[in-house]
Design a protein around this ligand. Structure first.
Ligand code: UD1
Length: 342
């Protein structure tokens, strides 16, 4: 019997790539998603890649009654990966209550169901945002967390605290939080990828849309940071590599190999890349020159951050494998596919 994994937010960007990798690893996947930032067509795209159509339910996790009914009917969920959350930093500043309600209550509702229906294992989507601007680089999992710069960032900190407290109170529940750095790229098939709503807030979708002619010019937010070329530094992680980290985390939980009931891991490449370096790599990988101008710094941006991934390498046996150029090429191939560019 295949083990049954519930993926919340499974039609979203990272969720859909993770569903593919879970199916490839032999798991039976059930997706719940409210489709607020994704489309049901993704279920068919996943089927095209793997040959297996995942079970899908359109469900808003804020409705505790509906979530309970879902758990009651879907007997024997072995483990859960919880992606469903709002994720736009700027929007969270304008709509903090929507962010707190959505991101915190969905986790509380999920844990209540997991407890009631004896589903003991959770992989949670956390973020490097919990480190703020760290005093030392690269950041390890022991680097202290800092006060969040945005309500979105704070929801990740509070969710981690909810997990810490709940896994202390209920010894059956075991959780792994993965702290993602900057996920980019798309599946090599170009059948799934990132589909931002409206004007992209994140760098790589803006770059690919500019190259595709949808945007006139990319604004590079600041070239006066204390970095070699003056632009901000991030750790850009390939979305398929990131998806694979979730499969390994699930396998670790199911084999009860974890050392404590709440573990967390940095998931990045370990390489710091500046915005200007990324643009050069994009041009090299795709042959596309992206029109850009330097503008003022963006409020709330941190100067530089990249991961120390030793813990994930040693404990999970996971390592990022894709190069930055391969990853940017996959993002471009996806953009070309959705814009029907030859
Ligand atoms: C932020 C969050 C991260 C979250 C991610 C997804 C923080 C510290 N990080 O990442 O947790 O998962 O959003 O929403 O809160 N840039 C430009 N021009 C643009 C867009 C971006 O120059 O048009 C630059 C930014 O200044 C930054 C880099 O590109 O240096 C990456 O920005 P972005 O893709 O928005 O991600 P983060 O802000 O790092």
């Amino acid at each position: 019997m295949k083990q049954k994994i519930l993926v919340t937010g499974g039609t979203g960007y990272i969720g859909s790539h993770t569903v593919v990798e879970l199916q490839k690893a032999g798991f039976n996947v059930i997706i719940i998603d409210d489709l607020s930032n994704s489309s049901e067509a993704v279920v068919g795209q996943i089927e095209q890649i793997t040959g297996i159509r995942p079970e899908f339910h359109c469900l808003n996790m804020l409705d505790a009654g509906l979530l309970d009914d879902f758990f009651a009917k879907s007997k024997g969920i072995d483990a859960v990966i919880h992606f469903a959350a709002f994720k736009a930093v700027g929007e969270s500043v304008e709509k903090p209550l929507a962010y707190y309600r959505n991101n915190l209550i969905s986790l509380v509702n999920l844990f209540e169901c997991m407890e009631k229906y004896k589903s003991d294992y959770l992989v949670f989507s956390s973020s490097c945002t919990v480190y703020g601007q760290p005093d030392q680089l690269p950041v390890t999992e022991n680097t202290p967390r800092k006060a969040a710069e945005s309500p979105y960032g704070n929801t990740k900190i509070v969710c981690e605290d909810i997990i810490r407290d709940f896994t202390r109170a209920n010894k059956q529940i075991q959780t792994i939080a993965l702290r993602y750095f900057n996920p980019i790229g798309a599946h090599p098939s170009a059948l799934i990828g990132e589909l931002p709503n409206g004007v992209p807030g994140n760098l790589v979708p803006f770059v690919t849309q500019t190259a595709a002619g949808l945007r006139e010019q990319l604004s590079v937010f600041g070239n006066d940071y204390n970095t070699p070329d003056g632009s901000c530094i991030r750790d850009y992680i390939n979305v398929v590599d990131l998806a694979k980290a979730h499969v390994i985390a699930i396998e670790r939980l199911l084999k009860r190999k974890n050392e404590s009931s709440f573990e967390f891991f940095n998931v990045g490449t370990g390489n710091g890349v500046s915005v200007l370096e990324l643009l050069k790599a994009f041009q090299k990988a795709t042959g596309q020159k992206v029109n850009y101008k330097i503008v003022d710094r963006r409020a709330g941006d941190i100067e530089k951050i990249f991961a120390d991934t030793t813990k994930a390498n040693k404990v999970l046996g996971w390592k990022a494998t894709a190069t930055l150029e391969e990853t940017l090429l996959s993002a471009w191939n996806w953009e070309k596919k959705i814009r029907k560019i030859g």
